[in-house]
Design a protein around this ligand. Structure first.
Ligand code: MN
Length: 292
């Protein structure tokens, strides 16, 4: 098998606030001069690197807003977030958990720090991904998957040197619980210093790794420090990782969706006409109702 070689190791772009609760580095689509479909099916990666929020009685977050045409996936590393949407789904996720929300035909939702966490304050670290949907699923019924850490597949490395939590896809026979519309591999690799992990991912899958904690040597040659994103070329299957410190690595890999992309604000469609329709439907109340 051929090595999937490194295209670039990207430092975190300057952060911006999303609402008042998320201070994020946008690696794509706007952080770097990358093609809009470079990481397809992943359209957007917002990374809230560690922030220490002071306690407050008014939870920080983002108020009611719409989405259509894709999925939002939130992965919690530190802190807790609460979610409510107009499809009637809600949930709280904390350290190690994931919420996978399929906006598809359209929902309103709000995302806030969970009340008790907000009151006490403390470290906060999260990832939000926007996962695109193919045309035939863009208008599917909205759906919500709350995935606790317990429910994830666990691949244990030899000699207790680490564990890989499989959120979606399959690693060495261990499957992840997330339902996905297109083939996606998504793991949190928690590696102890010195641990080695080999990944085999299809050559055509767009692949990147976010270093959430620690420092990792990739393909025996390059070191990637914390908060950096490693973008891989589509030139092979094998990635070799060696933890230079205790690490948490978010592995993202997926089959590209080869369709036109029309993004605007909170909508992600195939054509301009569909975007206009999305605004029309949103403005005429077709996305339902959600109290602020
Ligand atoms: Mn949202």
């Amino acid at each position: 098998m051929k090595t999937k070689s490194i295209q670039q190791i990207l430092p975190p772009p300057a952060p911006h606030m999303v609402g008042d609760g998320f201070r994020v580095h946008n690696f794509f689509p706007s952080g770097y001069d990358m093609h809009i479909a470079r990481m397809s099916p992943f359209f957007l990666l917002d990374y809230n690197s560690k922030v220490d929020f002071p306690g407050t009685d008014t939870p920080r977050g983002v108020g009611v807003h719409p989405h259509r045409g894709f999925e939002t996936v939130t992965i919690a590393y530190q802190g807790k977030v609460a979610h409510h949407d107009s499809a009637g789904n809600s949930g709280v996720i904390g350290e190690g958990d994931v919420q996978w929300m399929t906006a598809a035909s359209g929902i309103l939702h709000k995302e806030y720090h969970e009340k008790e966490y907000a009151k006490k304050g403390g470290l906060f670290q999260m990832v939000q991904l926007w996962v695109n949907l193919p045309a035939k699923h863009k208008m599917s019924t909205p759906k919500y998957q709350g995935i606790t850490n317990e429910q994830m597949g666990k691949y244990n490395l030899p000699d207790k040197s680490g564990v890989v939590e499989v959120i979606a896809g399959e690693l060495n026979g261990i499957k992840g619980p997330a339902f996905t519309f297109t083939p996606i591999e998504m793991y949190n690799a928690r590696l102890k210093k010195g641990a080695k992990l080999i990944l085999n991912l299809p050559e055509n899958f767009n692949t990147g790794i976010l270093v959430v904690e620690g420092k990792v040597k990739v393909n025996t040659t390059e070191d990637a420090p914390v908060d950096h994103f490693i973008l891989f070329k589509n030139d092979g299957e094998t990635i070799e990782l060696e933890a230079l410190e205790d690490c948490i690595l978010l592995v993202l890999s997926g089959e590209p969706i080869n369709e036109p992309i029309a993004p605007y604000g909170p909508f992600l469609m195939n054509t301009k006409e569909e975007l206009m329709q999305a605004y029309e439907d949103f403005n005429s109340g077709k996305f339902g109702v959600l109290e602020d």
